[in-house]
Design a binder for this molecule. Structure first.
Ligand SMILES: [Cu+2]
Length: 372
């Protein structure tokens, strides 16, 4: 808690300091700096007088990253952006290691559980804002609204569904550029996740001898982590005249224990992509994603790990590779700023889970960004 506050204040201070410093020394080369930025806002030195918003001229920083990547671009000083993303992931079927596990192998007598999940639907509405107090730093804020739904099968073969929804964890990040040669640039990502998402969501679940009762839902049905989490990372962006590419690695390091006596596993997310601008207003992309997430430390006493695999803190760990294809459209009207619309979808050719644990089937993200 205290660590979190200190870091939040540190970020705010850096933003303030950056603003002051920028006002002092950016007079001379501010124009040169601005021409290297991702979002073109003003014609520079005659080299962009060709077509408004065209990719020709200085294609390098105008090629956008796939819509599913976050914190991958920075804004020129004073730049502001707001965004909305809707994403959905479908999970279907259980796995242990890299192989599938059937319901009969999970439920008694073939397995040891009274209840097994069969599939799950995860939807997220993500609202974001970005602001650049200086050319070398961009600040971001993101808040998700999450809706989860899980289907189960019981020993008597009956099915039941649980649902939870709510505001998730608020995330504030700073992107700090440490390298820029025009065609290649790199920045550090540093984020802080606040425990604003709920971890006490309840729904009707079967209790032996009692029937259905309103009880606390297992770990994957909770919306927040319940802990202060730090998200350090690094992003690289490159381009030539006809192609853009990038790579990003972000960690999620969690601290302490939440009020239900556990903390989620640490995470690592790595991704690399290429973007092909095929038309002035259209980019196509292909992306590779690797994700690792660890088991839960501690345990929520309200959950019985012998009843259902989702309540076992030691059956959460996993790794997954996703392959995603995307497109991004820069809308032809520039009222109130530049509008971009993107879609990205794909699924995992490989996943390895400490199971039984539900495997991912596909995911899709659509988003809209408005840059001022
Ligand atoms: Cu932005």
């Amino acid at each position: 808690m205290r660590t979190g506050c200190i870091i939040a204040f540190a970020l705010a201070f850096i933003a303030f300091a950056a603003n002051e410093a920028a006002a002092d020394d950016m007079g001379g080369n501010a124009a040169d700096e601005a021409s290297h930025q991702h979002h073109e806002d003003q014609p520079q030195e005659g080299d962009s007088t060709d077509t408004a918003g065209g990719h020709s001229g200085h294609a390098h920083h105008e090629i956008s990253e796939p819509i599913g990547v976050m914190g991958a671009h920075m804004h020129p000083k004073g730049g502001f952006m707001c965004s909305y993303r809707y994403s959905r992931m479908r999970m279907d079927g259980n796995r242990d290691g890299t192989s599938k596990v059937s319901i009969d192998e999970i439920l008694m007598p073939g397995g040891s559980y009274m209840v097994s999940p069969t599939d799950m639907d995860m939807q997220m509405h993500m609202f974001g804002a970005m602001y650049a107090p200086a050319d070398w730093v961009t600040l971001t804020a993101m808040i998700p609204y999450v809706e989860l739904s899980m289907d189960h099968r019981m020993l008597n073969q009956n099915r039941f569904e649980t649902n939870s929804k709510g505001v998730g964890d608020l995330r504030l990040s700073g992107l700090f550029r440490f390298f820029d040669s025009g065609r290649h640039s790199a920045h550090l990502n540093f984020g802080l996740s606040f425990p604003t998402g709920g971890i006490g969501h309840k729904d009707q679940v079967p209790v032996p001898m009692e029937g259905f009762r309103n009880k606390r839902l297992p770990y994957p049905m909770q919306i927040g982590s319940g802990t202060w989490d730090i998200l350090p990372g690094v992003t690289y962006i490159g381009s030539n005249d006809w192609l853009g590419w990038g790579a990003q690695v972000i960690g999620t390091v969690r601290f302490g224990e939440n009020r239900h006596d556990y903390r989620l596993g640490h995470r690592a997310d790595a991704t690399t992509w290429i973007t092909l601008p095929v038309l002035d207003w259209l980019d196509l992309s292909a992306r590779f994603v690797y994700a690792y997430w660890g088991n839960i430390e501690g345990a929520d006493d309200a959950l019985n790990p012998n009843a259902v695999p989702t309540a076992d803190p030691n059956l959460r760990k996993g790794q997954r590779i996703d392959l995603l294809a995307g497109l991004s459209v820069t809308l032809p009207w520039d009222r109130f700023g530049e509008h971009r619309f993107g879609v990205e979808a794909g699924g995992p050719p490989w996943q390895k889970l400490d199971g039984p644990q539900l495997g991912s089937k596909w995911r899709v993200v659509t988003g809209w960004q408005l840059t001022f």
